[in-house]
Design a protein around this ligand. Structure first.
Ligand code: HEM
Length: 463
């Protein structure tokens, strides 16, 4: 797959004139909106508490935590409470640092808090509207989420067990045969190959191949977008025109990468459908679509599903499995206890199957602790309100959230301690209680397949 980036030619005077015009009108618009907000704020309820804005016009623009934001926000909670407010240009950002707040605002008020902040003209220009996780809370999202749900809901994910087992066994073999032992490449191979085989039926041998590399580039570019306030600049009116004129090369280069991930493997899966019987999720969805004579839009939803799942799985699953390996190297007593459980329940030398899951509560508790200790997306994915909300006497104009550890619920939260998940009756709440997968209507749509992939990898590596 070759990713070629076009470079249009422009007259320099033209570019400068446009840039000047756009910048001047943007500044005027920001001043106008800012004054309007200040007047409205003076006569209405207060925003939630937060650090004072360093600048009247810019607010916290360029000053929000970017390096280890989840730790900074946790620290700020001590001073400002669990609901922290910032303003970046005209964008209001609210960090939610407790489960209760997330349940109330993203769960109970989901109708008005399920949008995303990635719907600017710039995001569309870059091609991010192919990602189901980034699009508006509208009819397009509803139809795309429906296809995603039907493909990855709890009741159907067992059809992916054979691929998950095959790839985890390959991973174990590569660990056993290679003197060098574990490398981040092997972990990436494992998580990438599972999702790409499930979706497209393609056999990825190494993450150095074009498709996983392209997925990684898309994820690297998308990762920054999850940081609250990182891309406030995209909300500046007409800024996407500057991108079209050749400014912001990153925004320009991401589109062909997204198109390559969306189209390339999809077309290969379509060819495979005609020539051999290699099963794939997109093949199955297209065959069903053809059988019932569906619309062109549905094909687009299927392509978007492929792109979204490839990108969504690219670093989340690998992050969870890496966290597990890291936790085991720091806590050998946990590893020994898990190994004893596996040996006692299954017998020495036996490798766990999915059917053994309920008989291995300690392994289950390790998985839950991995998801709590260092969640793959520690700030989650931002939500945007579509209507102003009032919460505990505070005015929430447009909200973004992040979550961290909560010492009251998880004493000694930095400690990796699977025991905290064990109950007297040996049961576990269902996986919707795992906060790492998010909240409300936009909760992770791939959580059941992520859950089974991570569990089987943990159980087999321990065995
Ligand atoms: C360790 C593994 C994973 C974690 C921790 C995780 C976490 C998350 C989180 C926190 C969100 C945002 C939820 C919210 O807005 O409140 C999300 C959204 C999403 N995830 Fe995952 N994810 C994982 C793996 C996957 C996989 C493997 C897939 C694909 C099969 C996937 C597909 C999605 C999709 C499509 C969304 C967007 C949902 C929407 O906006 O409607 N995720 N995920």
């Amino acid at each position: 797959m070759v990713l070629k980036i076009a470079s249009p030619e422009f007259n320099l005077d033209q570019i400068l004139a446009w840039a000047l015009l756009i910048s001047a009108s943007s500044v005027l618009l920001i001043i106008f909106q800012r004054v309007l907000h200040a007047i409205r704020h003076a006569v209405s309820l207060p925003y939630p508490p937060g650090p004072p804005a360093p600048n009247f016009l810019l607010g916290h623009f360029g000053k929000l935590p970017m390096k280890k934001p989840c730790l900074d926000y946790m620290e700020m909670s001590k001073e400002y409470g669990d609901l922290i407010h910032f303003r970046s240009l005209t964008q209001h950002i609210v960090i939610l640092n407790s489960v209760e707040l997330a349940m109330d605002l993203l769960g109970k008020q989901a109708r008005h808090s399920s949008d995303r902040p990635y719907t600017t003209a710039m995001d569309k220009y870059a091609g991010w509207d192919a990602n189901i996780g980034f699009i508006s809370h509208d009819d397009k999202w509803r139809s795309s989420r429906k296809v995603f749900h039907e493909s990855f809901r709890a009741a159907v994910v067992d059809k992916y067990y054979p691929v998950q087992i095959e790839k985890v066994y390959n991973f174990l073999r590569s660990l056993a045969s290679d003197q060098l032992g574990l490398s981040s490449d092997k972990l990436l191979d494992l998580s990438e190959s599972i999702m790409i085989t499930i979706i497209y039926g393609l056999n990825i041998v190494s993450n150095n191949e074009d498709l996983p590399q392209a997925a990684k580039s898309a994820v690297d570019a998308g990762d920054y977008m999850l940081l609250p306030g990182y891309d406030t600049w995209k909300t500046i009116p007409f800024v996407h025109i500057l991108a079209k004129l050749g400014f912001f090369p990153l925004q320009r280069s991401i589109r062909p990468i997204i198109t390559a991930i969306k189209e390339g493997p999809f077309q290969e899966a379509m060819k495979a459908m005609k020539t051999d019987s290699r099963p794939s999720l997109v093949g199955e969805l297209v065959a069903n679509h053809n059988a019932k004579g569906g619309s062109k839009d549905e094909i687009e939803h299927i392509k978007n599903l492929g792109f979204t799942a490839t990108a969504a799985a690219a670093d989340t699953t690998v992050s969870a499995i890496s966290t597990f390996i890291f936790a085991m190297s720091l806590n050998p007593h946990v590893q020994t206890k898990a190994k004893e459980e596996i040996n006692n329940v299954l017998g020495v030398g036996k490798i766990p199957q999915f059917s053994d899951r309920e008989s291995l509560p300690y392994v289950e508790a390790i998985y839950r602790e991995v998801m709590r200790w260092h969640p793959a997306l520690p700030l989650g994915v931002p939500h945007k309100t579509t209507q102003a909300l009032v919460y505990n006497g505070y005015y929430l104009p447009k909200a973004i959230r992040a979550m961290g550890h909560n010492e009251t619920i998880y004493p000694n939260p930095n400690q990796f301690d699977p025991e905290r998940h064990l109950r007297h009756d040996g049961t576990f709440p269902d996986i919707n209680s795992i906060h790492a997968y998010g909240f409300g209507r936009r909760v992770c749509a791939g959580r059941y397949v992520a859950d089974t992939t991570i569990w089987i990898a943990i159980a087999c590596v321990l065995a």
